[in-house]
Design a protein around this ligand. Structure first.
Ligand SMILES: NC(=O)c1ccc[n+]([C@@H]2O[C@H](COP(=O)([O-])OP(=O)(O)OC[C@H]3O[C@@H](n4cnc5c(N)ncnc54)[C@H](OP(=O)(O)O)[C@@H]3O)[C@@H](O)[C@H]2O)c1
Length: 244
């Protein structure tokens, strides 16, 4: 299938490794010019090197902060495609979570996406094409014990997207969420026993591959996906039992 996005520009957040990198890699393979955003400059440079041959730029910045978002937008001021992503908040018993923990989770996993959508959506509307994909989590559909910061901040974003995606729909701008389950990245490996327990329950009997997640992202960013908006797509090997 021709995804029809060659020559488009993508701003991909949290893209020096893991799911963000896989999304950037899949988009670059379609001829999209990608700007990779992350906080660690050397990891970003290594990621860009892995995409050698593609049109790649990097922006060092923390998307949870206004300055980091400004750096991302300076490197890619008019993206046709925006992939929102940041590291997941730490796990922990709900009794120990402080207002500061909640503020950090909301900044990284809710406000960062809200602000980048606010900064880029009108340009997409004016150009008559736009694709926004937010990396959220399986926990939106299937809460996991001790991941309350993640579940709640991503559900806030899910609610925001439910409304905003419909406002942008008439202009040919789609907004969708991609929900990873157990995709074998550094983050999931760091969850240790918690991740092992989840993988053991996956009907496909394995963790997902980052490139399988990237492929789903590239499809949602494609021209043929023009009629899909406001959706929450699980990439979880069948782990979440809810079918609707
Ligand atoms: N892997 C899974 O199966 C799974 C399942 C459920 C949910 N998720 C969620 O999906 C997201 C991506 O997961 P992953 O497994 O790919 O994680 P990962 O391997 O830890 O990669 C995270 C990437 O985002 C960057 N990053 C983190 N915080 C950032 C920030 N504030 N600003 C800019 N860049 C930032 C990291 O680079 P720097 O650290 O250098 O900034 C890195 O490039 C996370 O929110 C995670 O919780 C993943």
């Amino acid at each position: 299938m021709d995804l029809g996005i060659e020559g488009r520009r993508a701003l991909v957040c949290g893209a020096s490794r893991g799911l963000g990198f896989s999304c950037a890699e899949a988009l670059a393979a379609e001829g999209v010019a990608v700007t990779l955003v992350a906080r660690d400059a050397s990891a970003l440079a290594a990621a860009a090197e892995r995409l050698k041959g593609a049109d790649v730029t990097i922006a060092v910045g923390d998307v949870a902060s206004p300055a980091g978002r400004a750096a991302a937008l300076a490197a890619c001021p008019a993206p046709d495609i925006l992939v929102n992503n940041a590291g997941g908040p730490p796990g922990g018993d709900f009794r120990g979570l402080t207002p500061a923990d909640w503020a950090a989770a909301m900044d990284a996993n809710f406000l960062a996406a809200v602000e980048l959508i606010r900064a880029t959506a009108d340009g997409m509307v004016a150009r008559g094409f736009g694709r926004i994909v937010n990396i959220t989590s399986l926990t939106v559909r299937m809460p996991v014990a001790n991941l309350d910061l993640s579940t709640a901040s991503r559900l806030a974003l899910t609610g925001y997207v439910a409304g905003v995606s419909r406002q942008l729909a008439p202009a040919g701008v789609t907004v969708n969420n991609l929900l990873p389950g157990t995709i074998a990245t550094e983050r999931i490996k760091a969850l240790g026993a918690m991740a092992d327990r989840l993988v053991a329950q996956v009907p496909m009997a394995r963790a997902g591959r980052p490139e399988e997640f990237g492929a789903a992202c590239a499809f949602l960013c494609s021209r043929p996906a023009a009629y899909i908006t406001g959706q929450n797509l699980l990439v979880d090997g069948g782990l979440c039992p809810i079918t609707v």
